[in-house]
Ligand binder design. Sequence first.
Ligand code: M6R
Length: 610
Amino acid sequence: MCGIVGYVGGRPCRDILFRGLRKLEYRGYDSAGISLIHKGRFDLLHSVGNLDRLESVLHQMENGSTVGIAHTRWATHGRPSNENAHPHTDCSGRFAIVLNGIVENYLALRAELEVEGHSFTSETDAEVVAHLLERSYDGSLREAVAAAFQRMEGHFTFVAVTIEEPETIVAVRKETPLVVGLGEGEYFVASAVSAFLAETRTVIFPDDAELVVVTRGGVEVTTMDGLAVEHAPEVVDWDEDAAEKGGYETFMLKEIHEQPVALADTLSQRMSRDGLVCLDGLGITDDEIRALQQVVIVACGTSYHAGLVGKYALERWARLPVEIDVASEFRYRDPVMGPNTLCIAISQSGETADTLAAMRAARTAGARILAITNIVGSQVTREAHGVLFTRAGLEIGVAATKTFLTQVLAVQLLSLYMGQVRETVALDKVRALTDELRHIPTLLNSYLDSGPAADIERVAAAYAKNRFFLYLGRNIGLPVALEGALKLKEISYIPTESYAAGEMKHGPIALLEDGSPVVVVATDSHVYDKLVSNVQEVKARGAHVIAVASEGNVGASVMADEVFYVPAVDEMLSPLLGVVPLQLFAYYAAKANGESVDQPRNLAKTVTVE
Ligand code: M6R
């Protein structure tokens, strides 16, 4: 996440940059900063908190400079603080950078630079870039950026300036956004068009690993080897609102499409080169993990569904008894737990009142507490013994999508890690699974790029007027069915029932009549044949079956009226792909019914009341 913007031109740019940040605030707002080149030196301003805080101190900075870079941060490495806020500078104070993304090998780079005598002032991964520039600069910022880029692993965009070349900005990207705005004698670089849409609509979109050199004279794009690259300028006709959504019609749709990057970010640095899971800084020691006798998971809503995936994964890989409860119930129980109980509290916001209360109850009962959250510095992180962060970036749509997927990934990583430590899962199995996990962001990206939405939209529109949907799944497919049903009811207000498929015959089957839509999570698994029998039972009552199935399952189209195929993966990892068509299905059903997808009635993104 994070938003970055840079300017070179003829106008004083302090306020231009600030207005750009305002448009990028949705990308993060825990701290912010601006760096201007003024009279041969850097003028730097940082503040902790949202952009109102930066605005309140903006007057401390002169507005004379015509070259600058700015950043609004969503913390990944290092808590929100002035030291960790961007722009970051090198030891000599000649280079400043802003970065969006993650530099995966920053620890190795930092160690290398420290040995050479560089001293660091922040905990961030980004600061290494300023020192890499300082080390390699030999009269050309473009070449220094190229040298730094070639040493960096991960996915990131960064923008660099130096007082040695006070009229130049250099930017480069790798798997994260960068757009260049072409104005009249002035140029912009940013994470999104919205940052400069009020100034110009003419843009170019550089590709990965291209160097973008911006001066008052124009924009030059080259390869790393210095060969010129031509990008035909495009004129964007988005309105400002659409621009903040990156061209998507809603934040929810944008966030569904951000899931591959969110998964890649959450995986980053959590698998060692030899294919094992490494969760450094978990706050729960390996000895404590070995001594565990029980795990209790508490969460609400979508986070509870991610917790259910954790129950299956922990039982299978860590061989521990796992109990799970919704936090609002758990908090008023009298749970039996002790020092060898681990309570895992899952909350994307980290502020949900029920989840916090459940954590406190578990702590009072003697358990160790591990929080899984998306928000650095949130309340759960203050009250837990340990924290495992998801790195989904800021989620604006009220219906959780990318935070769910990253929670699922986090519980899977945690379960594998605990299995590794407890020696309850073979290391070869861990390696096989981490190898699959490594490829899932790419698989999901290709899936989304292959355009499943058109077919899903067609089916959703055909069924959207139905007043009831039954969702079924078994085993690891059950949380996916529960989550798919919650998404549909949250944003389309269509009543849904979600059930373990084998339990359906004990009651819910009475709801079915001719034409009732039944959504079935039928990805490959060891209970697939059992599920097929349950599907036959609903078909015998005249239901219309919409199935999510693994690619290559030729029988699925015989069993179901409509099939959404997803790439086949290990059954324990299948929720990472299987839930995506159901998110899209809910989305298009709500749209077909004309509902407000990003702000459904009666709901709030963060539920801080009991
Ligand atoms: O912030 P949390 O993960 O603790 O939030 C829990 C639920 O309120 C949340 O998942 C809710 O169900 C969402 N609206 C789901 O889309």
